[in-house]
Design a protein around this ligand. Structure first.
Ligand SMILES: [Zn+2]
Length: 352
């Protein structure tokens, strides 16, 4: 029997040491609300419901990492964008505060996360969970969007991609991305003050902006932000969806303690690129976890552990957010797969 708590197990892999077994993280903010019987529209706006739903889910599923968030709108809405919260879908931004031009950046003010909705609700949920779970489980207070992803939410995706491609107003783009770094840094630090053990940011990857814009606009600002917040005491996870194989060297060089990568990224290449530098979180396809049988989920998790598990530095999880309707038995299968296939010998090799 293991004497490691979920928090110890997770911190062990982040510190490049060998745990008793692979820890599991669930990217489950939507499915927790559904499981608790709450409407997404209500739950995503309410810190108490967010916390209650995560707690109930953790007690039933026993994962090692709680990934707390309310989606991809908290920072943009706090900066003045208009969001809608449908009853049964993730919240989304419908009016972009910079829709009329990049010049509007001069009037933007970095929001106080403690008093500005909905950041203040996510902070409330963080405080509740920190009090309830204490040192038992790794509490990741997720800080929403990376600099380019947040800039896109403020400006609108098409417009920002055009701005970056034409680059006719380079000073204003720079001003906007610096503003986004400030918003994020403040939010990430507030999450820590409220008791999170670590944080994260979701950045736009090559599937959305291509490698050229990624290297020119996202990477330099990720490099400004991440080392100014992250450490082995407060790890930062960099989340990028899609095939990130080509930008693995850049992602590693940000200094992020964790890279959240999905199944489209070449796993063996990633294992090589991350070794000794970052922990891999992922990569199981959330659509597979939704559509497959428990046996199918177990097999996908087994294959991922086989490639990514040796030597540690793996937190098993979904490569991106689980849909609200993901069957609970498939999530149990994912958690169980780590117990079945992720057990280590002292030299870092896997028992199974
Ligand atoms: Zn994603």
């Amino acid at each position: 029997m293991s004497s490691m708590t979920a928090l110890e197990r997770t911190m062990t892999v982040i510190r490049h040491q060998i745990p008793d077994r692979t820890p599991v993280a669930l990217h489950n903010f939507l499915v927790t609300l559904r499981y608790a019987g709450y409407s997404l529209g209500e739950g995503l706006r309410d810190g108490e419901m967010l916390a209650e739903a995560q707690l109930r889910f953790w007690r039933d599923f026993g994962q090692d990492v709680i990934m707390l968030e309310n989606g991809v709108i908290a920072e943009a809405e706090a900066c003045g964008c208009q969001a809608v919260y449908p009853a049964d879908q993730p919240a989304r931004i419908v009016e972009h505060v910079l829709a009329n031009g990049l010049e509007g950046v001069e009037a933007l003010v970095v929001p106080d996360p403690y008093t500005t909705f909905p950041m203040c609700e996510v902070l409330k949920a963080t405080r509740i969970l920190a009090k309830e779970v204490g040192t038992q489980v790794y509490l990741m207070g997720r800080a929403d969007q990376g600099p380019v992803a947040l800039a896109a939410a403020l400006r609108g995706w098409e417009k920002l991609i055009l701005d970056m491609t034409l680059n006719e107003q380079p000073e204003l783009i720079q001003r906007l991305l610096e503003f986004c770094v400030q918003v994020q840094r403040r939010y990430m630090l507030a999450l820590r003050e409220c008791g999170a053990h670590g944080t994260s940011l979701g950045e736009a990857g090559v599937d959305i902006i291509g490698p050229r814009l990624f290297r020119r606009f996202a990477h330099p600002y990720d490099c400004q932000l991440i080392p100014s917040v992250g450490s082995l005491e407060y790890p930062v996870a960099l989340h990028i969806c899609g095939d990130s194989t080509r930008i693995l060297p850049e992602m590693v060089s940000t200094g992020a303690q964790i890279l959240e990568l999905d199944y489209k990224t070449d796993l063996a290449t990633a294992k090589q690129a991350l070794r000794g530098r970052c922990t891999f979180l992922g990569p199981v396809n959330p659509e597979l976890i939704w559509a497959e049988t428990p046996a199918g989920v177990e097999e996908a998790a087994r294959r991922a552990i086989e490639i990514l598990g040796p030597g540690g530095e793996l937190i098993l999880g979904a490569g991106c957010a689980l849909g609200a309707n993901t069957p609970p038995e498939n999530i149990h299968a994912l958690v169980e797969a780590a117990r079945k296939f992720g057990v280590y010998r002292a030299d870092g090799s896997l028992v199974a």
